[in-house]
Design a protein around this ligand. Structure first.
Ligand code: MN
Ligand code: MN
Length: 465
């Protein structure tokens, strides 16, 4: 290697230049990256919806000694509890050595992803083909969803109150479902991206065989309803009390000859939820009480009693405070939070949407996003410099590879996370997460090193003194 010039030495010292993790990590650490991501791929394939992620993590936590939180309980440093929020959001807590008055360390990610929900009365027949009507959930480019194999996940509550779980389309041998598209030969009209496929055209094809041999009206629908009755014990009105979600039916997989990337449905935001949960498990005997939140409803604005605009986090932290007779507001004011959510990775094919100096790049580690929002920082938690300073020190000390990034060019668009809702409680918050390509598409891309760095960074934060 040739000797560095004075200019090169000075540049290294003075310029901000985030590094590619492959230049920073030794081969031993890259082996850890790959191992960690094997677990993440299994998680992605096991959990296609927020309910499934909630159940999976809860079961895993119980197997690791977590007990259901008891507001009247007595806890000591190192004790582990979980707090379930209507089967869709979950909090994991490890009690710290310090008093709760010192505040908590919160990592909050979301486990809902954009998808197609069935309407309350979804089943119909048109020209002897059977369909489900859908209402899309979250921000999608609707044209991406036709001609993609779909699976169906969720729950149906029958008239008598009993529940049946639905999970069909992912296992070998399962039938799949699909939304059709118009052939190119008959589709010559120019139209904007938003008009290529209308919301009411997202109809899922589910069958074509009529019941019996006698011709008649709605016999395809009848045959489908009969099959559903046999398989799930339901009648048509039971759809009214169901939550059925159509999600892409292809599994997560390595992408690229070098296997450095992962393609999957639902990286946003399970790519932060999984490292957050693993960091919670791995942070042993933390100084501060840790609060790991995996929440529902982020993609639709965090409303509803399982979203972070509701009171559940505030109430849980108040309950933690009450154990030591510390007012909840004092605990919140002293608490710090990483809002763990994805950001857009710089995509060279669509460079026009990004500002190069303030974009997140794949393999350059987790992205610290000081503010989100749109239109002149509208609707954002803009993390204060004091707190950002604290977090960057934690990342640097733990050799976590990280970078800063904004969501695209100024006035190009924008988006939000749960950060502002947690900030509204008085907590210090900043967004930290994994850069993603093709965000909100049926098949999103992340880099393995960034997934691992999320775990490393979250763990360092939870263990910070
Ligand atoms: Mn997200
Ligand atoms: Mn999202």
């Amino acid at each position: 290697m040739s000797k560095k010039t004075q200019e090169e030495i000075l540049k290294e010292e003075l310029f901000y230049a985030p590094q590619n993790a492959y230049y920073v990590c030794d081969d031993k650490e890259i082996a850890k990256v790959n191992k960690f991501c094997e677990g993440y791929i299994d998680f992605l394939n096991a959990c296609r919806t927020e309910r499934e992620a909630n159940a999976f993590v809860k079961e895993l936590a119980i197997s690791k000694g977590y007990k259901e939180f008891n507001p009247k309980g007595k806890y000591k440093a190192g004790d582990k509890v979980y707090y379930d929020v209507h089967n869709k959001s979950l909090i994991l807590t490890t009690f710290g050595k310090k008093s709760i008055a010192a505040g908590t360390k919160i990592v909050a990610a979301h486990i809902d992803s954009p998808r197609l929900d069935l309407k309350p009365n979804p089943l119909y027949e048109d020209e002897e083909l059977g369909y489900f009507k859908t209402h899309y959930y979250g921000g999608i480019k609707k044209y991406q969803w036709p001609t993609v194999p779909l699976a169906l996940h969720g729950v149906i509550y029958r008239k008598d109150g009993s529940c049946v779980t639905v999970r069909i389309g992912d296992e070998a041998g399962d039938p799949k479902f699909v939304i059709t598209d118009l052939l190119p030969h008959l589709d010559r009209e120019d139209r904007s991206m938003r008009k290529v496929i209308a919301g009411e055209a997202l109809n899922i094809l589910i069958g074509s065989r009529p019941f019996g041999k006698e011709k008649g009206d709605k016999l395809v629908k009848l045959n489908l309803m009969k099959l559903l009755n046999e398989k799930y014990g339901i009648v048509e009105s039971d759809f009214l009390s169901a939550e059925l979600e159509a999600v892409p039916a292809f599994p997560a997989s390595d992408i690229g000859f070098d296997r450095s990337l992962i393609g999957s449905y639902g990286h946003d935001d399970r790519v932060c939820a999984y490292p957050a949960v693993m960091a919670a498990f791995d942070a042993k005997k933390p100084e501060y009480t840790t609060v790991t939140v995996i929440t529902d409803k982020e993609e639709t604005g965090s409303d509803g009693n399982t979203g972070l605009q509701s009171a559940y986090l505030k109430q849980f932290i108040s309950d933690l405070g009450a154990l030591e007779k510390v007012p909840g507001r004092d605990v919140l004011r002293a608490s710090e939070c990483l809002s763990a959510d994805v950001n857009a990775g710089f995509d060279p094919t669509f460079s026009q949407a990004f500002e190069k100096n303030n974009s997140a790049y794949l393999n350059k580690g987790i992205v610290l996003t000081k503010y989100t929002g749109s239109g002149g920082k509208g609707g954002t938690n803009d993390a204060n410099a004091e707190f950002v300073s604290k977090i960057r020190t934690i990342f640097d000390k733990s050799a976590t590879v990280w970078q800063v990034g904004e969501l695209g060019k100024v006035d190009e668009g924008g988006g939000g996370t749960v950060a502002k809702y947690i900030a509204n409680l008085g907590v210090s918050v900043v967004d930290v997460g994994v850069p993603v390509l093709s965000m909100h598409a049926p098949f999103e891309i992340v880099a393995k090193t960034d997934v691992y760095m999320a775990w490393k960074g979250f763990k360092a934060f939870l263990e910070s003194k």
